[in-house]
Design a protein around this ligand. Structure first.
Ligand code: SF4
Length: 191
């Protein structure tokens, strides 16, 4: 049987109305208080820690709820004068920065020309990155331009940062990269 978009909507509504929930909704019962109560139960005994959304320069204030040192919820802080308890969809997903079973937790390396990924020990990966940075920097470092202008730079290495890198990381990162002569440094938060 072909089911059009309109048929699907009609069948969904009919199916919903056939359930206990659908029956309640159809009879005009206001479920809002129940939903609010369920949300409150989830964080009733949680410890609340004020924090800031890491994603952009708006810096929306958040409240982080923890139970036994585990994050159970992150939401906007209603006391904040500029976000007033709200978060954009990205900020509202901050919880998944911490709790996310889909997040890779191992270093994966795919050698040039290889079809498969190999799991690397973190120290091995860090050593390899340092080795390649050193080699590339030494091979491409320019002390002076052709006109004699002192530049002490390499344009062979580029650094691209993400919005969730915090200010402390960026501060150290800048010092390291500028010290190496790297000039192409980009980060969503701008530096
Ligand atoms: S909630 Fe959205 S607007 Fe607010 S700081 Fe986070 S990313 Fe920026």
């Amino acid at each position: 049987m072909d089911v059009s978009r309109r048929d699907l909507l009609r069948l969904s509504v009919a199916g919903g109305a056939g359930t206990a929930l659908g029956g309640l909704i159809a009879s005009g019962v206001d479920l809002a208080p129940t939903v609010v109560k369920a949300q409150q139960l989830r964080i009733r005994d949680a410890r609340i820690t004020p924090s800031v959304c890491p994603f952009c320069a708006v810096g929306c204030a958040t409240l982080v709820h923890t139970v036994n040192d585990q994050i159970v919820n992150i939401e906007g802080d209603p006391r904040s004068p500029h976000n007033e308890g709200t978060l954009c969809p990205k900020g509202a997903a901050t919880f998944q920065l911490h709790i996310n079973p889909s997040r890779p937790v191992q270093v994966l390396h795919r050698a040039p020309g290889a079809a498969d990924w190999e799991v690397w020990d973190l120290n091995r990966a860090m050593d390899r990155v340092a080795e390649l940075v050193k080699t590339t920097r030494d091979d491409t470092f320019i002390e002076r331009l052709a006109n004699g202008k002192l530049v002490n730079a390499t344009t062979a290495i580029f650094s691209l940062g993400g919005a969730t890198l915090d200010i402390e990381f960026n501060h150290i990162h800048q010092k390291l990269l500028r010290g190496l002569g790297i000039v192409a440094i980009e980060n969503q938060a701008r530096i």
